[in-house]
Ligand binder design. Sequence first.
Ligand code: CUV
Ligand code: SF4
Length: 630
Amino acid sequence: MSHEVLGFDVTADALLEKAKRDGAETMWDRKAAMKASCGFGEKGICCKNCSMGPCRISPVEGKGAQKGICGATADTIVARNFARTVAAGVSSHSDHARDIIHVLHMASEDGNYKVKNPEKLMKLAKEWEVDTEGKEIYQIAHEVAEVALMEFGKPFGTQRFIKRAPEPRQKIWKDLNIEPRAIDREVATILHSTHIGCTSEVDSLMDMSMRTSLSNGWGGSMMGTEFTDIVFGTPTARSTEANLGVIEENMVNILLHGHDPSFSEMVVLAAEDPELMKLAKDNGAEGINLVGMCCTGNEVTMRHGVKIAGNFYQQEMAIVTGAMEAVLVDVQCIYPALPKLAECYHTKFIATSPKAKMEGATYIEFNEEHALDITKKIVREAILNYKNRDRTKVMIPQQKSKAMLGYSVETIIDHLDKVVNSQTDVFETVKPLSDVIWAGVIRGAAGIVGCNNPKVQHDNSHITIMKELIKNDIIVVTTGCAAQAAAKAGLLTMEAKELAGRGLREVCERVGIPPILHMGSCVDISRILDLVSRVSKERGLDNSNLPVVGVAPEWMSEKAVGIGTYVVSSGIDTFLGITPQVTGSARFVDILTNQLEDKVGAKFFFEEDPTVCAQKIMERIEEKRDRLGI
Ligand code: CUV
Ligand code: SF4
C-alpha cells in the first residue's frame, strides 16, 4: 500500500511488514481506511462555530452555498479557522512554558529541581529589572518566576521579551497594534472574536492571529526556552546517535516521548540511580537504555546526549521493534493509538500528565513535588517488564547515525569567539556570523523545523531541502523533528561539511561546527529568533532585511501554524511544504502569501515539492542580498 511513500526511510519497510505479521495496526492502515481526506476541511471552508451549522461552503465559486447560515463567507470562515488553529498552537507551547516556570518557582537548594544556570537567571533578572541586591539565588529565582507567570495573565502591558526584537520590528508591531499582551488574554480574545457573530473582517482576523502568535514567539515559547535553560542548564555541544538502531537488544529500553523536560529530566536522573541500575542487572539486562523521540527527545539529547530513537512518524515503529519495555509520555504529539499498539507487545505504555490522560494507558501521575520518587517508580516498572519481552517478536533495525548537537545561541557564540581576531574584534557577539554572510562566504541562513506528515515521504522533504541548501552555502539551523531527521541522515556531523559548498565548508572547518546546527525542540525556535535578531541588531537592521528564511517542510501540528505565524510576523519569510487548510479562500491565501509582506515585511510560501522549494528559498535569499547590496 504505502510503500512508495516510505521509500526514503530505510527502517520502515521491514518494520511495517513485521507490524502486519504481529497483527499490529499502524497509521498507514488508518490512513488507507480514511481514503481521501475531507475536501471541505482540507480547504478550511467547514465551519462548526455554532449549532445552526455546521456549514460548508461550496468549493466551486458561484455554485452551491457561498455563505454559512449566518452569512459568513468562505473568507471569514477560513480566516476564523486559521485564527483558532493559531490559538491552539500558542496554548500548547505556552502552557508547556508555564509548567517549566512553575518548576523554577518551586526550585530549591535541596529539592528535585535546582537552578543549574544561575548566570542566565541573573541576566534575566537584570533584563526584567528584578531587584537582586542582597538576595540569595533561590529567592531571585522565585521572584523572576513570579514575574514570568504574570506574563500569562497580566491585565496591562505587553510581553516583556518583545524588547529583544530589533527596534524597527518593534515599531512595526506597535504601528499595526499587534504587540502581544498577556498570553492567556490573546488566546481568550481570539476565541471570543471567532465566536459566531463577532469578527468577520478578514484582515482583522489575520492581525489578531499575528498578535496571538507573537505572544508565544516572544512570550511563552521564549520563556519556555529561557526557564528550561535556567533550571536544567543551557545546552552545549555534544555527540549522540540517532535512529531506531539505538534501541538495545540486551538492555531495558525506555522511550521518552512528548515535550516537557520537567518530566524527562527526572527520568534521566532516575535511570542513573545505582539501585535501579543494579535492579536492571539482577533482572538479566545489561543496563538501562533511555531513548528519546520528538521534542522531549531533543530536550534530553541537547543536555545529556540521550540517544534519539527517531522522530514523530517513528513513534509506532519504536514499539513494533518489540524491544521497548516502556513508553513514557507526557504531552503533545503522542498518537492515541499507542496504548493499543503497545498491547501487541509486552510494552508498558505509561501516561503521566493530567493534561494528557490517554485511553488504554497505564496512568502514573507525575507531580513536581515528588518528581524523582515517581520517575524512579516508573523506571522500576520498566525494568521489571524486561523479563516479559518475547524474544521471538524482537526486530531492531541496525540503522543509526552519529550526530553533534546542543547548539544553543550561547554555544554558537562560544564557537564563533574562537575565530575572532583578538586584536581587532569583539567577543561574545554574532559579528563573525554576520561578517561571513555579508562577505558572501555564506549566502544566508535557513531555519528548518517541524514535524513529519504522511502527505509526503517521511523525512524526504527535510533532507532534500537541507542538502540542497548547504550545497549552496546556506547554513541551516534546525529544531524539532526536522532536526531528528537531519540526525538520522548523518547531516549533524563534522563530516557532513563535505556536502556543503566551499564557503560553508570553510566556515565549518574554521569554527568547528557541522553545516546544520541542531538548536533544540520546537519551543527552542525562540533560540532561532534570538540568533536572527542579534544579527539584525548588530547590523542596525530589521529581521526582514536579512537573507534568512524559516522552512517547515513536513509540518502537521497546530503548534506549527502558530510558529509559522510568529516567524512571519517577526519579519522572516516562511516556506511551508504542506499547504495549510486555507485554500478555500483565495483572498486569505493572497494575504498569507502576498499581502503580509507589505504589512510585516515577510510572507508565507507554499511549496510541496522539496527540490522546487529549495530553489525558491535560494532565489529569495539572493533577492534579499540584492536589496542589501551585498
Ligand atoms: Ni514539538 S510539533 S511532531 S515534536 S516537530 Fe515533532 Fe516537535 Fe512537530 Fe511534535
Ligand atoms: Fe454556520 Fe455561521 Fe454557525 Fe459557522 S457560525 S456554523 S457559518 S451559521
